[in-house]
Design a protein around this ligand. Structure first.
Ligand code: IFM
Length: 449
Protein backbone atom coordinates (compact mmCIF):
# COMPACT_ATOMS: atom_id res chain seq x y z
CA UNK A 1 0.00 0.00 0.00
CA UNK A 2 1.21 3.51 -0.55
CA UNK A 3 2.06 5.54 2.46
CA UNK A 4 -0.34 8.41 2.10
CA UNK A 5 0.96 10.52 4.94
CA UNK A 6 2.11 13.92 3.77
CA UNK A 7 5.30 13.56 5.77
CA UNK A 8 6.49 10.49 3.86
CA UNK A 9 9.63 11.03 1.75
CA UNK A 10 8.97 12.62 -1.62
CA UNK A 11 8.91 10.04 -4.41
CA UNK A 12 11.64 10.21 -7.03
CA UNK A 13 10.61 10.16 -10.69
CA UNK A 14 12.87 9.43 -13.65
CA UNK A 15 14.82 12.28 -15.27
CA UNK A 16 12.83 12.10 -18.46
CA UNK A 17 9.42 12.20 -16.76
CA UNK A 18 7.04 14.71 -18.33
CA UNK A 19 5.87 17.41 -15.92
CA UNK A 20 3.03 19.56 -17.10
CA UNK A 21 -0.16 21.44 -16.56
CA UNK A 22 -3.34 21.29 -18.64
CA UNK A 23 -6.01 23.66 -19.95
CA UNK A 24 -8.67 23.64 -22.66
CA UNK A 25 -9.66 26.20 -25.28
CA UNK A 26 -13.16 27.24 -24.22
CA UNK A 27 -12.18 27.37 -20.57
CA UNK A 28 -9.35 29.88 -21.01
CA UNK A 29 -9.17 31.53 -24.43
CA UNK A 30 -12.02 34.04 -24.40
CA UNK A 31 -12.00 36.07 -27.64
CA UNK A 32 -15.15 34.22 -28.56
CA UNK A 33 -15.97 36.32 -31.61
CA UNK A 34 -12.50 37.53 -32.53
CA UNK A 35 -10.59 36.94 -35.80
CA UNK A 36 -13.30 34.88 -37.45
CA UNK A 37 -13.95 32.25 -34.77
CA UNK A 38 -17.33 30.58 -35.29
CA UNK A 39 -19.66 29.76 -32.40
CA UNK A 40 -19.45 26.40 -30.68
CA UNK A 41 -22.11 24.49 -28.75
CA UNK A 42 -20.68 25.96 -25.54
CA UNK A 43 -21.31 29.50 -26.79
CA UNK A 44 -24.90 28.57 -27.47
CA UNK A 45 -25.31 26.70 -24.20
CA UNK A 46 -23.79 29.38 -21.96
CA UNK A 47 -25.96 32.02 -23.59
CA UNK A 48 -29.10 30.04 -22.77
CA UNK A 49 -30.71 31.05 -19.48
CA UNK A 50 -30.36 28.72 -16.55
CA UNK A 51 -27.62 26.46 -17.89
CA UNK A 52 -24.62 27.84 -15.98
CA UNK A 53 -24.81 28.08 -12.19
CA UNK A 54 -23.42 31.64 -11.95
CA UNK A 55 -24.92 32.75 -15.26
CA UNK A 56 -21.46 33.26 -16.76
CA UNK A 57 -19.96 32.26 -20.12
CA UNK A 58 -16.59 31.83 -21.81
CA UNK A 59 -16.76 34.99 -23.93
CA UNK A 60 -13.73 36.42 -22.13
CA UNK A 61 -12.65 33.60 -19.79
CA UNK A 62 -8.95 34.16 -18.96
CA UNK A 63 -8.37 36.13 -22.17
CA UNK A 64 -5.61 33.67 -22.96
CA UNK A 65 -6.05 34.45 -26.67
CA UNK A 66 -4.41 37.81 -26.01
CA UNK A 67 -2.34 36.89 -22.94
CA UNK A 68 -0.83 33.60 -24.12
CA UNK A 69 2.74 34.97 -23.93
CA UNK A 70 2.32 35.84 -20.25
CA UNK A 71 0.80 32.41 -19.65
CA UNK A 72 3.76 30.69 -21.29
CA UNK A 73 6.06 32.75 -19.05
CA UNK A 74 4.11 31.34 -16.12
CA UNK A 75 4.75 27.83 -17.41
CA UNK A 76 8.45 28.63 -17.28
CA UNK A 77 8.11 29.83 -13.67
CA UNK A 78 6.32 26.60 -12.83
CA UNK A 79 9.30 24.61 -14.12
CA UNK A 80 7.12 22.36 -16.28
CA UNK A 81 8.51 20.85 -19.47
CA UNK A 82 5.12 20.20 -21.06
CA UNK A 83 1.84 21.99 -21.68
CA UNK A 84 -1.45 20.35 -22.59
CA UNK A 85 -4.04 22.53 -24.34
CA UNK A 86 -6.85 22.09 -26.83
CA UNK A 87 -7.73 23.69 -30.12
CA UNK A 88 -11.05 25.41 -30.52
CA UNK A 89 -12.30 23.66 -33.66
CA UNK A 90 -14.58 26.56 -34.60
CA UNK A 91 -11.64 28.97 -34.36
CA UNK A 92 -9.83 27.15 -37.13
CA UNK A 93 -12.91 26.00 -39.05
CA UNK A 94 -15.86 28.23 -38.14
CA UNK A 95 -18.61 25.80 -39.20
CA UNK A 96 -16.78 22.54 -38.51
CA UNK A 97 -16.78 21.80 -42.24
CA UNK A 98 -15.81 23.81 -45.30
CA UNK A 99 -13.49 26.82 -45.13
CA UNK A 100 -10.50 27.02 -42.79
CA UNK A 101 -9.81 30.19 -40.83
CA UNK A 102 -6.16 31.20 -41.23
CA UNK A 103 -6.29 33.70 -38.38
CA UNK A 104 -7.34 30.88 -36.06
CA UNK A 105 -4.40 28.72 -37.13
CA UNK A 106 -2.12 31.75 -36.70
CA UNK A 107 -3.05 31.98 -33.03
CA UNK A 108 -2.04 28.36 -32.37
CA UNK A 109 1.10 28.86 -34.42
CA UNK A 110 2.08 31.83 -32.23
CA UNK A 111 1.42 29.76 -29.12
CA UNK A 112 3.54 26.88 -30.47
CA UNK A 113 6.38 29.26 -31.33
CA UNK A 114 6.37 30.63 -27.82
CA UNK A 115 6.35 27.15 -26.28
CA UNK A 116 9.23 26.05 -28.52
CA UNK A 117 11.20 29.15 -27.61
CA UNK A 118 10.87 28.14 -23.95
CA UNK A 119 11.56 24.46 -24.61
CA UNK A 120 8.14 23.35 -23.44
CA UNK A 121 6.68 20.33 -25.22
CA UNK A 122 3.24 20.93 -26.73
CA UNK A 123 0.52 18.30 -26.13
CA UNK A 124 -2.55 19.14 -28.19
CA UNK A 125 -6.11 17.88 -27.76
CA UNK A 126 -8.35 18.10 -30.80
CA UNK A 127 -11.70 17.95 -29.08
CA UNK A 128 -12.32 19.25 -25.58
CA UNK A 129 -16.12 19.46 -25.89
CA UNK A 130 -16.57 22.56 -28.07
CA UNK A 131 -18.23 21.26 -31.23
CA UNK A 132 -18.76 23.95 -33.88
CA UNK A 133 -22.41 25.02 -33.76
CA UNK A 134 -22.54 24.54 -37.54
CA UNK A 135 -22.18 20.79 -36.99
CA UNK A 136 -24.63 20.77 -34.10
CA UNK A 137 -27.16 22.28 -36.50
CA UNK A 138 -26.76 19.11 -38.56
CA UNK A 139 -27.33 16.79 -35.59
CA UNK A 140 -24.02 17.07 -33.76
CA UNK A 141 -22.51 13.82 -32.51
CA UNK A 142 -25.78 12.00 -33.17
CA UNK A 143 -25.06 12.43 -36.86
CA UNK A 144 -22.53 9.84 -38.01
CA UNK A 145 -21.18 12.36 -40.56
CA UNK A 146 -19.72 14.42 -37.72
CA UNK A 147 -17.13 11.67 -37.23
CA UNK A 148 -15.91 12.18 -40.82
CA UNK A 149 -15.74 15.95 -40.38
CA UNK A 150 -13.72 15.38 -37.22
CA UNK A 151 -11.24 13.18 -39.11
CA UNK A 152 -10.75 15.90 -41.73
CA UNK A 153 -10.14 18.48 -39.00
CA UNK A 154 -7.67 16.12 -37.26
CA UNK A 155 -5.75 15.62 -40.49
CA UNK A 156 -5.52 19.34 -41.10
CA UNK A 157 -4.13 19.98 -37.61
CA UNK A 158 -1.64 17.12 -37.97
CA UNK A 159 -0.58 18.33 -41.42
CA UNK A 160 0.02 21.89 -40.26
CA UNK A 161 1.33 21.35 -36.74
CA UNK A 162 2.32 17.69 -36.35
CA UNK A 163 6.07 18.33 -36.50
CA UNK A 164 5.80 20.92 -33.70
CA UNK A 165 3.82 18.75 -31.32
CA UNK A 166 4.86 16.11 -28.81
CA UNK A 167 1.43 14.53 -28.93
CA UNK A 168 -2.07 14.80 -30.32
CA UNK A 169 -5.04 13.41 -28.39
CA UNK A 170 -8.20 12.94 -30.39
CA UNK A 171 -10.73 13.40 -27.59
CA UNK A 172 -10.81 14.60 -24.03
CA UNK A 173 -13.16 12.58 -21.83
CA UNK A 174 -15.68 11.30 -24.37
CA UNK A 175 -17.63 9.87 -21.40
CA UNK A 176 -18.54 13.48 -20.51
CA UNK A 177 -19.49 14.45 -24.04
CA UNK A 178 -21.84 11.47 -24.25
CA UNK A 179 -23.26 11.26 -20.74
CA UNK A 180 -23.33 14.89 -19.63
CA UNK A 181 -23.89 16.41 -23.07
CA UNK A 182 -26.57 13.95 -24.21
CA UNK A 183 -27.46 11.83 -21.14
CA UNK A 184 -28.38 14.22 -18.33
CA UNK A 185 -28.05 17.49 -20.25
CA UNK A 186 -25.76 19.21 -17.74
CA UNK A 187 -23.28 20.06 -20.50
CA UNK A 188 -23.70 21.36 -24.03
CA UNK A 189 -25.65 20.65 -26.13
CA UNK A 190 -27.95 19.92 -23.17
CA UNK A 191 -29.81 16.89 -24.53
CA UNK A 192 -31.51 14.61 -21.99
CA UNK A 193 -31.76 11.24 -23.70
CA UNK A 194 -29.73 8.26 -22.43
CA UNK A 195 -30.29 6.34 -25.66
CA UNK A 196 -28.85 9.22 -27.66
CA UNK A 197 -25.88 9.24 -25.25
CA UNK A 198 -25.16 5.65 -26.19
CA UNK A 199 -25.17 6.41 -29.91
CA UNK A 200 -23.03 9.49 -29.33
CA UNK A 201 -20.45 7.46 -27.38
CA UNK A 202 -20.17 5.16 -30.39
CA UNK A 203 -19.82 8.03 -32.85
CA UNK A 204 -17.15 9.60 -30.66
CA UNK A 205 -15.18 6.35 -30.66
CA UNK A 206 -15.70 6.03 -34.40
CA UNK A 207 -14.44 9.59 -34.90
CA UNK A 208 -11.38 8.74 -32.80
CA UNK A 209 -10.66 5.76 -35.07
CA UNK A 210 -11.20 7.71 -38.29
CA UNK A 211 -8.99 10.55 -37.03
CA UNK A 212 -6.23 8.10 -36.05
CA UNK A 213 -6.33 6.59 -39.53
CA UNK A 214 -6.23 10.01 -41.19
CA UNK A 215 -3.33 11.24 -39.04
CA UNK A 216 -1.34 7.99 -39.41
CA UNK A 217 -1.68 8.32 -43.19
CA UNK A 218 0.21 11.60 -42.92
CA UNK A 219 3.05 9.98 -40.97
CA UNK A 220 2.79 12.71 -38.42
CA UNK A 221 5.74 12.66 -36.00
CA UNK A 222 3.50 13.57 -33.04
CA UNK A 223 2.51 10.69 -30.74
CA UNK A 224 -1.18 9.87 -31.16
CA UNK A 225 -3.68 8.80 -28.54
CA UNK A 226 -6.83 9.60 -26.60
CA UNK A 227 -7.62 10.98 -23.14
CA UNK A 228 -10.22 9.15 -21.04
CA UNK A 229 -11.61 10.11 -17.64
CA UNK A 230 -11.60 7.05 -15.47
CA UNK A 231 -12.24 5.78 -11.98
CA UNK A 232 -12.36 2.60 -10.03
CA UNK A 233 -15.83 1.55 -8.92
CA UNK A 234 -15.84 0.54 -5.27
CA UNK A 235 -18.94 -1.16 -3.79
CA UNK A 236 -20.16 0.62 -0.66
CA UNK A 237 -20.70 -2.74 1.07
CA UNK A 238 -19.93 -6.41 0.43
CA UNK A 239 -23.55 -7.12 -0.48
CA UNK A 240 -23.90 -8.99 -3.79
CA UNK A 241 -26.14 -6.18 -5.07
CA UNK A 242 -23.53 -3.47 -4.41
CA UNK A 243 -20.72 -5.61 -5.81
CA UNK A 244 -22.69 -6.31 -8.99
CA UNK A 245 -23.61 -2.65 -9.34
CA UNK A 246 -19.95 -1.61 -9.02
CA UNK A 247 -18.94 -4.03 -11.78
CA UNK A 248 -21.67 -2.62 -14.00
CA UNK A 249 -20.55 0.93 -13.27
CA UNK A 250 -16.94 0.08 -14.22
CA UNK A 251 -18.12 -1.69 -17.38
CA UNK A 252 -20.35 1.11 -18.60
CA UNK A 253 -17.87 3.91 -17.89
CA UNK A 254 -14.24 2.72 -18.05
CA UNK A 255 -14.45 -0.50 -20.08
CA UNK A 256 -17.06 1.04 -22.38
CA UNK A 257 -14.32 3.20 -23.92
CA UNK A 258 -11.24 1.06 -23.23
CA UNK A 259 -12.55 -2.23 -24.62
CA UNK A 260 -13.47 -1.08 -28.14
CA UNK A 261 -10.11 0.68 -28.45
CA UNK A 262 -7.92 -2.09 -27.04
CA UNK A 263 -9.98 -5.25 -27.52
CA UNK A 264 -12.13 -4.35 -30.51
CA UNK A 265 -15.45 -5.04 -28.76
CA UNK A 266 -17.83 -3.40 -26.30
CA UNK A 267 -17.76 -5.02 -22.84
CA UNK A 268 -20.20 -7.92 -22.68
CA UNK A 269 -21.18 -7.12 -19.10
CA UNK A 270 -22.41 -3.70 -20.20
CA UNK A 271 -24.11 -5.00 -23.34
CA UNK A 272 -25.92 -7.65 -21.29
CA UNK A 273 -27.63 -4.96 -19.23
CA UNK A 274 -28.73 -2.76 -22.07
CA UNK A 275 -30.94 -3.19 -25.06
CA UNK A 276 -28.43 -3.62 -27.88
CA UNK A 277 -31.03 -2.66 -30.41
CA UNK A 278 -30.80 0.86 -29.03
CA UNK A 279 -27.71 1.87 -30.92
CA UNK A 280 -26.30 1.31 -34.36
CA UNK A 281 -22.82 -0.08 -34.90
CA UNK A 282 -21.95 -0.73 -38.55
CA UNK A 283 -19.95 -3.72 -39.64
CA UNK A 284 -16.45 -2.24 -39.82
CA UNK A 285 -16.80 0.30 -37.02
CA UNK A 286 -15.05 -1.70 -34.36
CA UNK A 287 -12.06 -2.46 -36.55
CA UNK A 288 -11.74 1.29 -37.26
CA UNK A 289 -11.84 2.04 -33.53
CA UNK A 290 -9.48 -0.80 -32.59
CA UNK A 291 -6.05 0.44 -33.61
CA UNK A 292 -2.75 0.89 -31.77
CA UNK A 293 -2.19 4.05 -29.76
CA UNK A 294 1.14 5.68 -28.92
CA UNK A 295 -0.15 6.77 -25.53
CA UNK A 296 -3.19 6.67 -23.31
CA UNK A 297 -4.14 9.80 -21.35
CA UNK A 298 -5.81 9.10 -18.01
CA UNK A 299 -7.73 11.82 -16.17
CA UNK A 300 -8.40 10.96 -12.56
CA UNK A 301 -10.39 12.97 -10.03
CA UNK A 302 -12.45 10.65 -7.87
CA UNK A 303 -13.47 7.04 -7.38
CA UNK A 304 -17.03 5.87 -7.93
CA UNK A 305 -18.51 4.75 -4.61
CA UNK A 306 -21.32 2.47 -5.63
CA UNK A 307 -24.35 1.63 -3.58
CA UNK A 308 -27.79 0.30 -4.44
CA UNK A 309 -29.37 2.06 -1.44
CA UNK A 310 -31.79 4.89 -1.96
CA UNK A 311 -30.44 7.47 -1.23
CA UNK A 312 -27.03 5.93 -2.07
CA UNK A 313 -24.45 5.54 0.70
CA UNK A 314 -21.76 8.20 0.69
CA UNK A 315 -18.06 7.54 1.25
CA UNK A 316 -16.64 8.55 4.60
CA UNK A 317 -14.17 10.88 2.91
CA UNK A 318 -11.32 10.52 5.42
CA UNK A 319 -9.25 13.07 3.50
CA UNK A 320 -12.18 15.37 2.92
CA UNK A 321 -13.96 16.57 -0.22
CA UNK A 322 -13.03 19.17 -2.82
CA UNK A 323 -15.01 22.31 -3.55
CA UNK A 324 -16.80 20.30 -6.26
CA UNK A 325 -17.96 17.91 -3.52
CA UNK A 326 -15.67 15.17 -4.88
CA UNK A 327 -14.07 12.84 -2.36
CA UNK A 328 -10.29 13.21 -2.09
CA UNK A 329 -9.16 9.65 -2.65
CA UNK A 330 -5.58 9.36 -3.96
CA UNK A 331 -5.47 5.61 -3.52
CA UNK A 332 -8.07 5.43 -6.27
CA UNK A 333 -5.46 6.68 -8.73
CA UNK A 334 -2.98 3.89 -8.01
CA UNK A 335 -5.79 1.34 -7.86
CA UNK A 336 -7.03 2.50 -11.25
CA UNK A 337 -3.57 2.47 -12.87
CA UNK A 338 -2.90 -1.04 -11.57
CA UNK A 339 -6.29 -2.23 -12.78
CA UNK A 340 -5.70 -0.83 -16.27
CA UNK A 341 -2.26 -2.39 -16.37
CA UNK A 342 -3.61 -5.73 -15.28
CA UNK A 343 -6.50 -5.85 -17.70
CA UNK A 344 -5.07 -4.22 -20.82
CA UNK A 345 -1.33 -4.96 -20.75
CA UNK A 346 -1.85 -7.97 -23.00
CA UNK A 347 -3.92 -5.82 -25.37
CA UNK A 348 -1.12 -3.39 -26.24
CA UNK A 349 -1.68 -0.85 -23.51
CA UNK A 350 0.70 1.97 -24.49
CA UNK A 351 2.58 4.27 -22.06
CA UNK A 352 0.20 6.20 -19.83
CA UNK A 353 0.21 9.93 -19.11
CA UNK A 354 -1.84 11.31 -16.26
CA UNK A 355 -3.29 14.04 -18.44
CA UNK A 356 -5.44 15.56 -15.69
CA UNK A 357 -5.59 15.44 -11.92
CA UNK A 358 -6.42 18.31 -9.66
CA UNK A 359 -8.89 19.87 -7.28
CA UNK A 360 -11.12 22.90 -6.85
CA UNK A 361 -10.81 24.76 -3.57
CA UNK A 362 -12.38 27.94 -2.26
CA UNK A 363 -9.16 29.95 -2.62
CA UNK A 364 -8.95 33.46 -1.19
CA UNK A 365 -6.34 36.13 -1.67
CA UNK A 366 -5.07 37.29 1.72
CA UNK A 367 -2.13 39.68 1.97
CA UNK A 368 -1.44 39.08 -1.72
CA UNK A 369 -1.02 35.38 -1.00
CA UNK A 370 -3.20 32.34 -1.75
CA UNK A 371 -2.36 29.77 0.88
CA UNK A 372 -3.91 26.63 -0.61
CA UNK A 373 -2.33 24.01 1.65
CA UNK A 374 -5.16 21.63 0.82
CA UNK A 375 -4.07 21.58 -2.84
CA UNK A 376 -0.43 20.97 -1.86
CA UNK A 377 -1.54 18.02 0.23
CA UNK A 378 -3.69 16.78 -2.67
CA UNK A 379 -0.78 17.01 -5.09
CA UNK A 380 1.65 15.33 -2.74
CA UNK A 381 -0.66 12.41 -2.14
CA UNK A 382 -1.61 11.92 -5.79
CA UNK A 383 2.00 12.08 -6.91
CA UNK A 384 2.81 9.42 -4.31
CA UNK A 385 0.04 7.30 -5.84
CA UNK A 386 1.56 7.73 -9.32
CA UNK A 387 5.02 6.82 -7.99
CA UNK A 388 3.58 3.73 -6.33
CA UNK A 389 1.98 2.57 -9.59
CA UNK A 390 5.29 3.08 -11.42
CA UNK A 391 7.08 0.99 -8.77
CA UNK A 392 4.51 -1.74 -9.38
CA UNK A 393 5.44 -1.82 -13.05
CA UNK A 394 2.92 0.48 -14.72
CA UNK A 395 4.50 2.44 -17.57
CA UNK A 396 3.61 6.04 -16.70
CA UNK A 397 5.52 8.76 -18.50
CA UNK A 398 4.06 12.03 -17.30
CA UNK A 399 1.74 14.01 -15.04
CA UNK A 400 -0.28 17.12 -15.92
CA UNK A 401 -1.94 19.07 -13.13
CA UNK A 402 -5.42 20.40 -13.93
CA UNK A 403 -5.20 23.29 -14.30
CA UNK A 404 -2.53 25.87 -15.08
CA UNK A 405 -4.87 28.60 -13.84
CA UNK A 406 -8.41 29.11 -12.59
CA UNK A 407 -10.82 29.07 -15.51
CA UNK A 408 -14.36 28.56 -16.73
CA UNK A 409 -15.50 25.35 -15.05
CA UNK A 410 -18.32 24.47 -17.48
CA UNK A 411 -21.75 24.49 -15.84
CA UNK A 412 -20.16 25.68 -12.56
CA UNK A 413 -18.96 28.85 -14.29
CA UNK A 414 -16.16 30.72 -12.53
CA UNK A 415 -17.21 29.67 -9.04
CA UNK A 416 -14.84 26.71 -8.89
CA UNK A 417 -11.09 27.31 -8.87
CA UNK A 418 -8.81 24.45 -10.00
CA UNK A 419 -5.72 26.50 -10.89
CA UNK A 420 -2.19 26.57 -9.56
CA UNK A 421 -2.50 30.22 -10.53
CA UNK A 422 -5.26 32.44 -9.19
CA UNK A 423 -7.09 34.54 -11.78
CA UNK A 424 -8.79 37.80 -10.84
CA UNK A 425 -11.43 37.89 -13.57
CA UNK A 426 -12.00 41.66 -13.23
CA UNK A 427 -8.40 42.59 -13.91
CA UNK A 428 -7.13 39.34 -15.50
CA UNK A 429 -4.26 39.48 -13.05
CA UNK A 430 -2.60 36.11 -12.48
CA UNK A 431 -1.14 35.31 -9.03
CA UNK A 432 0.77 32.14 -8.18
CA UNK A 433 -0.86 30.16 -5.39
CA UNK A 434 1.35 28.47 -2.78
CA UNK A 435 0.66 25.19 -4.59
CA UNK A 436 2.31 26.64 -7.72
CA UNK A 437 5.52 27.25 -5.77
CA UNK A 438 5.27 23.79 -4.24
CA UNK A 439 4.86 22.13 -7.67
CA UNK A 440 7.73 24.21 -9.07
CA UNK A 441 10.03 23.08 -6.23
CA UNK A 442 8.87 19.47 -6.44
CA UNK A 443 9.72 19.34 -10.14
CA UNK A 444 13.04 21.03 -9.48
CA UNK A 445 13.91 18.43 -6.83
CA UNK A 446 13.23 15.66 -9.37
CA UNK A 447 15.85 17.07 -11.69
CA UNK A 448 18.60 17.24 -9.08
CA UNK A 449 21.17 14.43 -9.36
O1 IFM B 1 -12.42 21.35 -16.04
C1 IFM B 1 -12.57 20.01 -16.33
C2 IFM B 1 -11.87 19.67 -17.64
O2 IFM B 1 -12.33 20.43 -18.68
C3 IFM B 1 -12.08 18.22 -17.98
N1 IFM B 1 -11.78 17.36 -16.89
C4 IFM B 1 -12.29 17.70 -15.58
C5 IFM B 1 -12.00 19.13 -15.25
C6 IFM B 1 -12.53 19.50 -13.86
O3 IFM B 1 -13.90 19.32 -13.81
Amino acid sequence: MINQTPTSPAPQFSDDFTWGVATSAYQIEGAAAVDGRGPSIWDTFTHTDGKIIDGSNGDDACDHYHRYAEDVENLVTLNVNAYRFSVSWSRVQPDGYGAWNEKGFDFYSRLLDKLAEKNIAAHLTLYHWDLPQGLQDQGGWLNRETASHFAAYAAEIARRFGSRLASIATHNEPWCTANLGYGNGQFAPGVIDPVAALQVSHHLLLSHGLAMTAMRALNTPAKLGIVLNQWTAVPATDSPADVAEAKWEYARSVQWFMDPIFKGAYPQLALDRMDQGLFTVLENDLSIIHQPLDFLGVNYYVRAFVSTDNPPKKPEGKLGFTDMGWEIYPQGLSDLLLALHQEYQEFNLPPIYITENGMASADKVEDAKIDDQIRIDYLRRHLAAVAFAIEQGVDIRGYFYWSLMDNFEWNSGYAKRFGLIYVDYDTQQRTMKESAFWYRDFIDAQRRP
